[in-house]
Design a protein around this ligand. Sequence first.
Ligand code: ADP
Length: 444
Amino acid sequence: MKKKINTLYILLSVSAILLTLIATTCVYYSFLRKEVLDNLKNYAHLLKTPIVEEAYDSDIIHTAKEDRIRITVIQKDGEVLFDNEVNIEEMDNHSERPEVQEALQSGEGVTVRRSDTLDKSTFYYAFAVDNDKILRVSKETGSIWSILGQAFPFIALIAGILIISSILFSGLLTSSIVKPIETLANNLDHVETVSTYKELMPFLNTIQRQHDDILKSAKIRQEFTANVSHELKTPLTSISGYSELIENGMASSGDVQRFAGEIHKNAQRLLTLINDILRLSELDDSEKDTMLSFETVDLYNIAENCVNMLTLNAEKHQVRMTMEGASCQVHGNRQMLEELIYNLCDNAIRYNNPGGTVWVSVRESDDLQVELMVKDTGIGIPEEHQTRIFERFYRVDKSRSKSTGGTGLGLAIVKHIVSQHQAEMKLESEIGVGTTIIIRFPGI
Ligand code: ADP
C-alpha cells in the first residue's frame, strides 16, 4: 500500500509540475503575443500621418527599421507601394493576404504566420490609413517552440528540482499517512491507545468490538472445555474406583450390588451430561438452519404434554403440578419448545419443597404476545446468582443440582432456545418463596 500511495503521489506531483510548466509557457506566450500586437498597433498609428502624406523618408520610418519593424504600404488592389525592407519590384500582389483582406473589409486585420522552420513567427497588423491605402506593419519574434527551446534548460532545472523535492516529500507524506495505520496494526490489542485519524474511528471501533468478541468467545470456549472435562471426570472417577474395587475382589457380595448401583448412577449421569453437551453444541451449530424447521405450533398443547410427562416425577418429589391457559399459536420449532418447557418444569420440581406446587400457564398477553409462565413454590434463587444461572455449568447449589440429576446446562439450553425464537425471558425469584420464569413469544 505504501508503495502504491507513494507512486500515486509522485505521479500526481510530476504531472502537476509538468502541466503547470506547460500552462505557464502558454500563458506567457499569449501575453507576449498580445504585447507584440499592441506594440505593432501603436507603431502603425504613429506612422499613419507620414504614410498618408507619402513621406517615406521621414525619421519615424527609419526608426522603425532600427526597431526591426517592417513597414509595407499596399494599394487597395493589392499592389505594394512601399516596403522598408524588400524591393517592391520583387513583391507580388498582396490582395490575397488575410490581414490585408481583413483590413479592407473591417478597417484592420491581424495575422500571425509561422516560418517554415517553425522557430520564428511573424506578427502582421494591417489597417486602412485612408480610402485607398493599407498600412501593414510586421515584426518577427521567436515562435512558442523557440521560446520553449530557449527556456528549456531553466524549465528542466526547475522541473528537476521540483520533481526531486516532490519525490522526497511524497515519501515523507506517505510515511506520515501510513504510520498510524502501521502502529495500529501492531497494537490491535490496545487500539484505544493509538492516536489516529478520526475517519478511522468507526473502523477501529468495529475492530475493537470484534477483537473483544473473539477474546470473549475464546475465553468462554476455554472455560467450557475445562468445565466439561471436570464434569466428565467426576462420574468417571467414581465408575473407575468402584469397578476397581470389584475387580480386585475387595467388595463383599453386599457391596458389589451397592457399587454396581453407584456405577450405574454415574454412568447414567455421564449419559445425561453428554446428551446436554451434544444438545448445546447442536444448538450452537444450527443457529442459522433452525429457522428452516420452524412451523406454527400450539404452545399450550406442548406445555400440556410436558406437564403430563412430568406429573409422575413431580409426585415422587411430592410436588403438585397444574396447567392453566388456552390454546395459543407460536412460530417455532416443536422439539426445541418441548425441551424448553421440560427443562423449566424439571427445575421447578427439582428445586421445590415437598408439598410444593408448580404452575404452568400459556396465554395470550394484552399486547398479543404469547406468554409462557412456569412458577414454583421452591427454594428460590439468591439475587446475586440470578443473572448467572443461565451460564453453562453455573449452579447455585452444586450438590443439590447433582443429587437431583442436574448438569448445570438446562438453563443455558433454555436461553439458547429463547433467543432462537426471538422471545424474551424474565426471571423473578425470592429465597424461600419461589421462582417464576416468564417467556414472551412474538405472536402470529
Ligand atoms: P441444573 O442442571 O443444575 O438444574 P440449570 O441450568 O437448569 O442446571 O440451572 C442452573 C442453576 O439454577 C441450578 O443449579 C439451580 O441452582 C438454579 N435453578 C434453576 N431453576 C431453579 C428453580 N426453579 N428454583 C431454584 N433454583 C433454580
